[in-house]
Design a protein around this ligand. Structure first.
Ligand code: NAP
Length: 247
């Protein structure tokens, strides 16, 4: 299950490895899925029952959850469907970003809390959340929002413009953007990816506060932080199944 850079890179590595047959799954949330050069499918499975049926029908030997850290529903379904079907599951959980000297982060637990943390007085906000997460900010319509998301959409806010762009973003461009738009504060999810880290470096350089939305807490599962970790987990599984068959 992909939707992330790690998911795509991992799928490409596995596709070149004759020990495995892979299928990469996308939710289909973005208008233009960056179609990888590997077998893939697009669209939801239909909840836990749908995913469990899919795993059975395809006789899936291993499930890798390489979705975005904020794709909590999919990760939860993966845990449940894997348990129901006794399918080995590993989650590729990239480490969260950690504040360093010079960062002015305000950690919050939800998008609603992020909207509240912006305060009552109107501010110029750089909002790096998507279409599905914007609703919380309609409770704080007094701010002037510059919203950056992969696809353009109507934010439904009186003072907002959407900048459709896909990372990676470079520090010089982020500095330029923040200065030109005279941004007072940034709102970000703690995604943990390198591709969108430059906005945080730019905030540090300009002394801007960042309202950082913490990750949802997921049900326990085997976890690895890297593509190599997932490959090692799979290699272990493959070796174990060969020795069970006496090969
Ligand atoms: P979500 O709330 O966890 O997922 C909602 C539903 O979308 C799931 O229940 C599932 O539908 C379907 N779905 C999600 N990921 C899927 C996958 N890889 N393959 C097939 N179906 C999937 O997640 P979301 O917030 O909608 O996110 C959707 C996708 O966007 C995820 O793959 C995630 O990795 C990516 N994402 C990217 C970012 C980013 O900033 N780059 C942020 C959030 C999410 P059913 O219940 O019908 O199976």
């Amino acid at each position: 299950m992909g939707g992330t850079t790690e998911g795509r890179l991992l799928a490409e590595r596995l596709h070149r490895d004759p020990r495995f047959r892979i299928l990469l799954s996308f939710a289909g949330r973005t208008a233009a899925v960056q179609a990888p050069d590997v077998p893939h499918r697009v669209g939801g499975f239909g909840g836990v029952a749908g995913l469990a049926a899919f795993l059975r029908a395809r006789a899936v030997d291993a499930l890798i959850d390489a979705t975005h850290p904020f794709a909590a529903r999919m990760s939860e379904h993966a845990v449940q469907a894997a348990r129901e079907t006794a399918t080995p599951l590993v989650r590729v959980a990239r480490p969260a970003w950690v504040a360093i000297a010079g960062d002015r982060w305000i950690d919050v637990a939800s998008f609603a809390a992020a909207a509240e943390a912006l305060g009552a007085a109107p501010r110029k906000v750089f909002l790096t959340v998507g279409r599905l997460e914007i609703a919380a900010f309609r409770e704080a319509p007094q701010h002037d929002y510059l919203v950056r998301a992969v696809d353009p959409f109507d934010p439904g806010l009186p003072h907002a413009r959407v900048l459709a762009a896909r990372g990676p973003f470079a520090l010089a461009d982020e500095l330029d953007l923040l200065r030109r738009a005279q941004i007072d504060v940034i709102v970000s999810k703690n995604a943990g990816t390198r591709a969108t880290y430059a906005k945080l470096e730019a905030a540090r350089a300009l002394g801007l506060p960042v309202v950082m939305v913490q990750r949802p807490v997921l049900a326990p599962a085997d976890e690895t932080t890297s593509i190599d970790g997932a490959l090692a987990w799979l290699a272990g599984l493959h070796g174990a199944s060969l020795s069970r068959r006496g090969e």
